[in-house]
Unconditional design. Structure first.
Length: 562
């Protein structure tokens, strides 16, 4: 509300769009610099003046509303100071009224989010965990923003890689049933194929022949694929459940790829697609400044984009979406540029409603992961490792807890560590995952936010909040800064949803947690001064609620005890 007053004031004076002002309006690192700061660089080219002069001129021209006490220019920044008493009363009352809905928005779009997208020739791996963290968090953020969200998954259950693991099983599997979790069992044969293919060049040809047989509907090949896929899918379901995700609908490539071929054949008839000199069918994309894209191989077998063309149509038919978001690694940026261009060529009505949420690779401190070489960190293994590290921390800190309670806490702390670490880096950037760093109870980690939330809950258990409160007693600079930070939560949600950036919520929660812990160490909440104690309890409860809401959007448990 106070931020909105500033945004509307600046929009009226500068003619900048409100969303643009909201995007660049900052909370300064030090309170003496103001509660909100507007950088004037954005106006320099438009007004043909230096940002310093623009800031000075605006500070003299603006007519401030009653909830903004003052404004001044410091260099290229326009710094705003809000009415502290009015801010504390308004924000903390609003939080107590809205509770879990504080920060929620009133959008009303119909949005499909596709994420995960595993292949059924190997287990989920660390890269999938980043994908799943991003996809699930974006679903939560977009839904919290008032949208109707449909999480969907594409299961890549056919293709050359699937045939490679099938071929290895046919040759060396001895028709045995899984001796371990199904996705790990099948993944071992994918690695085995890669090892054998290094010394036997004929294996690649045999795998390709197996793919052709599948597309020719060979009953034995199809029966084996169905059996091996069922093992893998059962394993995936166990991992999804543990990680806390689910899908409204799953699409299977083996079911939809043929309908993708029909799209290609129609495109040939309408002279949208052409045959190249190697006999493959391609989409000519030079007018979009993109390389041509093969949409059907010369031997008639399909590629990923074959099904993607059809599936985009099917999703639009299923959900009549206003926006479709694909959460897929940055390695596929060209693929999605080509897909979106092809859908425009096909005159699809939803072609301009598609967005690729591209994310960077997750590497290990030892280097990049490689599936075929068996150096990938499986999702299940990394979850187990993180939970084990969390268990060690719990054992050290809470010796008297029962083993059952220790295991319960280790699970939600470990998952928080993993998810927060994967989400706190801007999705567009590559990252290095460090398990030991992620599990720390201090620093920029999920357990640190959880610990702060539990600390706030502990304070609130010690005293009862009274509804009648004097917010004007919150006079300490750190108290006022905390109020300003929690007042900014709705704006952070708005920006995170609009820009598809969950990491903004991570950094916001870290800022709030750090400010709360500074307050906790400097000031006593429970005291003989009952009025001041009650005001501070309201502040603590406001922080607790915002931490709860923020962690929920990241798919992380907000524990009352740690």
């Amino acid at each position: 509300m106070f931020r909105n007053s500033i945004i509307k004031l600046l929009a009226k004076e500068t003619a900048l769009p409100e969303p643009e002002i909201n995007r660049i309006l900052e909370v300064p690192p030090e309170q003496k610099l103001g509660d909100f700061a507007f950088p004037c660089f954005i106006l320099a080219s438009k007004l043909k003046k230096s940002p310093v002069i623009i800031a000075q001129e605006l500070s003299k021209k603006l007519k401030l509303p009653s909830d903004i006490s003052s404004v001044n220019a410091v260099g290229p920044y326009l710094n705003f100071f809000v009415n502290k008493n009015a801010q504390a009363s308004s924000i903390l009352s609003d939080i107590r009224k809205k509770k879990s809905k504080y920060g929620a928005q009133n959008n009303n779009a119909n949005i499909v989010v596709e994420y995960c997208g595993p292949n059924t020739n190997k287990p989920l791996h660390l890269g999938h965990l980043r994908n799943m963290s991003l996809g699930n968090s974006m679903c939560r953020i977009l839904e919290f923003s008032g949208n109707k969200v449909h999480p969907v998954n594409i299961i890549n259950d056919r293709g050359i890689h699937i045939c490679q693991s099938m071929l290895a099983y046919m040759k060396w599997g001895n028709n045995q049933k899984p001796t371990k979790k199904g996705d790990h069992f099948v993944g071992d044969f994918y690695v085995l194929y890669a090892q054998k293919a290094k010394v036997d060049e004929n294996l690649e040809k045999q795998a390709q022949e197996l793919l052709v047989k599948f597309e020719q509907k060979d009953p034995e090949v199809r029966a084996l694929l169905k059996k091996m896929n069922s093992w893998v899918l059962k394993g995936f379901a166990e991992t999804y459940k543990r990680f806390g995700i689910s899908f409204e609908k799953e699409y299977f490539e083996s079911i939809h790829y043929e309908k993708g071929k029909d799209v290609v054949y129609d495109g040939i008839k309408n002279k949208i697609f052409i045959k190249n000199d190697k006999g493959a069918i391609v989409a000519p994309l030079k007018k979009y400044e993109l390389s041509d894209k093969v949409v059907l191989r010369a031997d008639g077998t399909s590629v990923y984009i074959t099904q993607d063309m059809y599936l985009a149509q099917q999703r639009f038919s299923d959900f009549n979406f206003d926006k479709m978001i694909y959460v897929v690694a940055s390695e596929q940026e060209l693929h999605f540029k080509q897909l979106f261009a092809i859908l425009k060529m096909l005159n699809q009505p939803f072609a301009n409603k598609l967005h690729h949420l591209s994310y960077g690779l997750v590497n290990l401190p030892t280097g990049r992961m490689k599936s075929r070489e068996g150096t990938v960190v499986d999702a299940d293994d990394i979850i187990d490792e993180i939970v084990s590290l969390a268990k060690s921390e719990v054992d050290k800190r809470y010796e008297k807890l029962s083993e059952k309670e220790k295991s319960k806490r280790a699970e939600f702390i470990g998952l928080a560590a993993l998810k927060f670490f994967l989400l706190k880096t801007d999705a567009s950037r590559d990252m290095i995952f460090n398990p030991e760093e992620s599990i720390q109870f201090e620093g920029e980690t999920g357990p640190y936010i959880q610990y702060t939330h539990a600390r706030a809950c502990s304070i609130l258990r010690k005293a009862k909040i009274k509804s009648s409160v004097s917010y004007n007693l919150l006079r300490e600079p750190i108290e006022q800064r905390m109020v300003t930070i929690i007042s900014d939560f709705p704006s952070i949600i708005q920006q995170s949803a609009a820009q598809y950036k969950p990491h903004m919520i991570c950094h916001y929660l870290l800022d709030l947690a750090q400010s709360f812990n500074e307050f906790y160490h400097a000031h006593q909440v429970i005291s003989d001064n009952k009025d001041l104690m009650n005001a501070r309890l309201h502040l603590v409860d406001g922080v607790r609620q915002v931490l709860t809401n923020g962690l929920e959007l990241l798919g992380i448990t907000a524990p009352e005890e740690m």
